[in-house]
Write a protein that binds this ligand. Sequence first.
Ligand code: DGL
Length: 264
Amino acid sequence: MKIGIFDSGLGGLVITKALIQSLPEYDYLYLGDTAHLPYGEKTSGHILKYTLDSLRWLISQDCKLIIIACNTATSVALRYIQQKFIPEYAPDVKVLGVIIPTVEVALEHNHRSIGVIATEATIRSHIYRTELQKINPAVVVEEVSAPQLVPLIESNNFQYMDNIVEDYLSHFDNIDSLILGCTHYPLIKDYCRRVLPHVSIISQDELMGAKLSDYLRRHPEIDANLSQNRQRSFNVTRLMPQSSAIARRLIPQIDLRTVKLEDI
Ligand code: DGL
């Protein structure tokens, strides 16, 4: 029984790498729905459909714990998945997202003003603002969508990244922390730290390992179901010419397989 990790593309490999580093003994199965990337520009209906197709495939491959590493899919689909889909389709499977763990870490700093940069769909959902203010109503949240970033990162094109990042970050007024609310953004965290040296940059690759360890410690009944043979499998729904280069930049020995979700 593996840990499944789902993302709309290859960005989730950054989170996978962090999870493997922190919990290396477990078996991991990664699925990036590259055929439908970018999710961030799609309607909620499409994002939900693609996410459910991906989850069905992960479940068919024996994943008992699934982490939706994609912020966009988490913001649109996680509530429905946890409340309706899983209880009916696979009640013995647990599905977790990345937004609540990120919000918890962001609030640990006790900062008054928090920025969020994410895809259009995530920003449109206002999920970060809602979840941050649910815990601390006094916190001020500034949200900026950055539609250019995912396509550039996914195509391994960092040529003008300094200027593009600077341009997006210039929309923030006076923030103390910045949440990088997209699985792809850990790859540009150094650019963000250069542009905003006095702001705490909250990057999901730096927090998800500790969050998953903590979750498994608190849920020994789930931990007991997970196999620990150090197996890894990395799958995408479409292999683009540049996919291997960006994937190897993240996980050097990676072997990317293409799968068809319609097969299940
Ligand atoms: N992986 C998605 C996220 O974390 C962004 C990529 C996309 O737009 O598909 O929000």
